[in-house]
Design a protein around this ligand. Sequence first.
Ligand code: AKG
Ligand code: FE2
Length: 348
Amino acid sequence: MAGAFSSVPVVDIARLTDPATKAEELSKLRDAIFVVGFLYLTNTGLEGLIQRTHDNLPRLFALSEETKEKCNMINSPSFLGYTRLGAETTATKIDLREQFDFGTPGMKAWTKTDPFWQRLEGSNQYPDYPGAQELVDGYLARFDDLAQSFVRLVAECLSLPSDTFDGFKGNMSRLKFVKYPQAPENSQGVGPHKDSAGLFTFLSQDNTGGLQVLNKNGDWIDVPPIDGSLVVNIQQGFEAITGGICAATTHRVIAPTSQTRYSIPFFLGVRLDLTLEQLKDSAAHIVQRIPVSDDKKKRAVDVPSEFLSPLYSCFGEAHLRNRILSHPDVGRRWYPELYLTYSKQNLE
Ligand SMILES: O=C(O)CCC(=O)C(=O)O
Ligand SMILES: [Fe+2]
């Protein structure tokens, strides 16, 4: 669980790679990971790409409904594509946002002999917008590189060999372009949730504000925009791998009242085939080597995570369940039986 923090710390990745400042910055990173689960990452070198991508979003979302609906997520068993306003649910309430979901290109096509959850890794539906594919594929490639370097630094800040988490990386990372239209005060942009699609999230938000994270006392802490920064947070995949020591933090977005908000979250993918048994083994191994007090380790093991539920055979299934419940129309179409099973579990 997150600590009683009152703001989100800033970590400078350039200082993490400069030998003169590395030790000091690694200690800031360690605190951010242990106590908050969220941090701002600055000096990534991706500022130009991020700006160019944001510049395209108003025009992309201004495409006609008909053009956007051509790549509706309903066509995709991999939950990739367009979601119109009001079609997504978080914490049982409708989210006031519109979005395009994309994944790393080049995934192997699913066949009936593959496990059912393998279908989460599929091909993109690019909107009919000039340069959309180059923009998306380029963004995913650059962010995958940044994310891998970041995960190695996280391992180092936990006093683990830098390649400790390399083997957990999945084939497909995900990227979303999100638009939150103006709404009445205190409307739900996206409801309280923990990110579950992978290891870490790297979010670029515009200058609107509205993102909040929950601390241990139950207070919602603002994550105001910092120009050129990314907001990075731990996902449930990484939480599970570290036996809960590095916990995913609950967050939400309050819908904007005076201007449209755009954001671009990138979710670093996790291996879908990791079973609960393998996960427990590796988590125990990793937890043993992380130098924190036994008390903290003990509490960590009690952290509940859907990835650690015996209900699901592996990460892939836990992730698929999450997608089905967030996008019930897509879930019902492609996974009707699972939809029934999971929605019943959700009510219990
Ligand atoms: O739009 C944002 O700032 C956050 C979005 C988010 O938390 C999510 O899509 O998981
Ligand atoms: Fe999120």
